[in-house]
Design a protein around this ligand. Structure first.
Ligand SMILES: [Zn+2]
Length: 332
């Protein structure tokens, strides 16, 4: 079994200065594509599901797909991560399913829409840390607010992270990884004008905190995929993402986890549209889901190379949740 706490994957990445992509899944083909890419490049990997994705799969289906990924790939360290948990209850649910890591996004209230305040964020994050660490499960939190909306999560307004507040948040909550807002946003329309990230904020946060930093909304929205979507009947004019060079700069400056959801959706959609347009006679789902899976695997493979994850799967001995449980207990 190669399921490990996300903390180990991120701590190791931080030590060596590479980034690890966290890829969102809803179905079997996505899980398989991610694992094919991880296997081809020998990369540790974070597979993540939002509450929306878990509900879509009736919880159990996605759980077993992730467990299948671990069973099929014993040589790849895999973290099973809850993306944008909205309450202690959501964290408890994920942990009961066997997730090795949970995010609690206390930058928003439980409805996933209303911006919260600092006190609320600390309180809900602390409650998840206290619960999750008993099981050796990693906790990611968020300070500042991302723009955009994804899976119904998002306030529609952005708020760049205040570095001093980030430091206070880490001290107050003792969480394992921190998502910060430096100008990225969820979805396929990330920038209206200049594609600038607040690297000065990232630099200040990096100096002040000593845990892995996470970047959400970090899809690159490759023009080639948008062109393919639009060529075969889609309608996504003006979609934009974060250029890979900016992500690589962020990784050099200390970002360890890079969340990628939109790009995976685009790869699947572009390929399915192509098959439908070019082969209107096809009606076996394998004829379009299979090519979509291959396209997604190629996309993720290139990300694993670009983020520097490739080749690091065998660097360390995987820790169990039990090992991590002891680690947390020793820190008390
Ligand atoms: Zn996010």
């Amino acid at each position: 079994m190669s399921l490990v706490p996300m903390k180990q994957i991120l701590d190791e990445a931080r030590k060596k200065g590479y980034g690890v992509g966290a890829y969102n899944v809803n179905n079997m083909e996505q899980v398989q594509a991610i694992m094919a890419a991880a296997q081809a490049t020998k990369s540790p990997v974070i597979i993540q599901a939002s509450m929306g994705a878990l509900k879509y799969s009736n919880f159990t289906y996605l759980k077993h797909l992730m467990l299948a990924a671990a069973e099929e790939n014993p040589d790849i360290p895999i973290a099973m991560h809850l993306d944008h948990g909205n309450s202690l209850e959501s964290a408890k649910k994920a942990i009961s399913l066997g997730f090795t890591s949970v995010m609690i996004d206390g930058s928003l209230k439980e409805d996933g829409k209303t911006p919260s305040d600092y006190e609320y964020n600390v309180e809900v994050t602390k409650s998840v840390v206290a619960y999750a660490h008993q099981f050796g499960v990693t906790v990611e939190g968020e300070i500042g607010r991302l723009g955009g909306i994804e899976d119904g999560v998002g306030s529609g307004s952005a708020h760049v992270t205040d570095p001093d507040e980030a430091k206070r948040f880490v001290d107050d909550t003792k969480l394992d990884a921190l998502a910060i807002a430096i100008g990225t946003s969820h979805g396929a329309y990330k920038f209206k004008g200049d594609k600038n990230l607040a690297f000065d904020v990232l630099e200040k946060v990096r100096k002040l905190i000593d845990i892995p930093i996470v970047l959400h909304g970090a899809s690159s929205v490759p023009q080639e995929l948008i062109d393919r979507v639009n060529k075969y009947g889609g309608k996504m004019p003006g979609a934009t993402g974060v250029p890979m060079a900016h992500l690589q700069k962020a990784i050099k400056m200390g970002v360890s986890k890079i969340n990628v959801d939109t790009d995976g959706r685009l790869a699947v959609t572009a390929e399915i549209r192509r098959v439908f347009a070019e082969s209107p006679d096809k009606f076996d789902p394998r004829d379009y889901l299979g090519p979509a899976r291959d396209t997604l695997a190629k996309l993720i493979e290139s990300k694993m190379k670009d983020f520097g994850t490739a080749g690091h799967a065998g660097d360390y001995k995987p820790m169990t949740l039990d090992d991590m449980k002891k680690f947390y207990a020793s820190k008390k």
